[in-house]
Design a binder for this molecule. Structure first.
Ligand code: ATP
Ligand code: SF4
Ligand code: MG
Length: 332
């Protein structure tokens, strides 16, 4: 969705359309993703934020079709690939590559750095050893890893260097989109900054588009033009990232932003402390009737306990699922 920024005839690189993912658990059914529509167009990176358990990773797994959605469609480059077999998915998978949170566990410990980086080329049928080695060297240079590590093993590198290797490997097949699921959160703050700088440079130099998943809104603000805020399986606010940070309309988004000290002096009014993510979060297998945020929301009114709010376009171009979005923002 996020219609406002796209020309009608643009074909998005990725579109997740009305994605629902239901898990059956011993405590009942759990809607990890509930009717989510997001779109990623070339050069317009999307950030997905939300607390633990809000469904961010599940959404990305449906995009990769590692989890098939219970309902909804996955479009890649204008083709509906939802029901494609693994074989038919292969060329689509190479267009979208993934960088995980923990670089060490995402690398093969018994392969050298060069082998790790060039392994996707082998998987995708490039059997020429020299071509793979040359590509590995080129990618090491691109991500700032000294060639002296060419024959080293992952455990010989620091966490930041390992994440550079993971990024190099993700770039081996020249993807259009990199999906980064908490890709810097396990690193020290100064190393995080270096990796974010690298990602910004790669975005510019290679024309990459990111889908960035993070608990850290500061990271999303830095990296993404578009933002989707998730709460218990639903997108509750989405839109242009600058606009959402400047003028968050959903009470949950407001609380998230106000809870970041760096942003409280940056044009975003902090909420009173008692509303900062207070209250109890309901169980994902036992959501209340109406709005799922009602147990924590200082703006809840009678309708919130009765009717689930739908995502609706607001005057500022954002989509917000809240019965009282405007009055909540007026009162904050
Ligand atoms: N395979 C599964 N079976 C049952 N429940 C699952 C499964 N995968 C995820 N869930 C549940 O779905 C919900 C969303 O999980 P998900 O991992 O997508 O959240 P997340 O936003 O990525 O959280 P985090 O920030 O902790 O990574 C959670 O309640 C989780 O327990
Ligand atoms: S719909 Fe009601 S309970 Fe939900 S976020 Fe809006 S005001 Fe709060
Ligand atoms: Mg996750």
């Amino acid at each position: 969705m996020i219609q406002s920024v796209f020309q009608p005839d643009d074909t998005p690189i990725v579109k997740l359309e009305n994605i629902t993912k239901r898990f059956r658990t011993s405590r009942g059914d759990l809607l990890a993703c509930n009717d989510i529509t997001v779109q990623v167009d070339k050069g317009i990176s999307l950030g997905v934020v939300g607390e633990s358990g809000s469904g961010k990773s599940t959404l990305i797994k449906t995009l990769q079709l590692l989890e098939r959605p219970t309902k909804g469609n996955v479009w890649i480059g204008g083709q509906n690939v939802t029901l494609y077999s693994e074989k038919r998915l292969k060329p689509f998978r190479r267009r979208i590559q993934f960088v995980a949170q923990d670089p060490y566990s995402s690398l093969f410990p018994n392969m050298t750095i060069a082998q790790n980086i060039s392994e996707p080329l082998y998987v995708h049928g490039i059997s020429d050893k020299k071509e793979r080695r040359d590509k590995a060297a080129e990618l090491m240079e691109l991500v700032g890893i000294s060639l002296s590590y060419f024959h080293s093993f992952p455990h010989e590198l620091s966490g930041g260097q390992q994440q550079r290797v993971a990024i190099a490997r993700a770039l081996a097949l020249s993807p259009e989109v990199l999906v980064l699921d908490e890709a810097v959160s396990s690193l020290d703050v100064s190393i995080q900054a270096q990796i974010l700088n690298l990602l910004q440079r790669l975005k510019k130099d290679l024309g990459l588009t990111y889908i960035f998943i993070s608990h850290n809104l500061a990271v999303i603000r830095l990296m993404c033009e578009q933002l989707a805020v998730m709460y218990l399986g639903r997108v509750v606010e989405q839109g242009n990232s600058d606009e959402v940070f400047r003028n968050p309309l959903h009470p949950y988004t407001r609380s998230l932003i106000a809870a970041i000290p760096a942003f409280t002096n940056n044009g975003v009014t902090p909420l009173p402390s008692e509303s900062l993510l207070g209250g109890n979060r309901p169980s994902a297998t036992d959501l209340p009737k109406g709005c799922a945020y009602q147990t924590r929301c200082p703006f809840a009114t009678e309708i919130c306990f009765r009717e689930e709010p739908k995502l609706e376009a607001m005057g500022n171009g954002s989509l917000v699922a809240c019965h009282n979005a405007m009055s909540a923002s007026d009162n904050a």
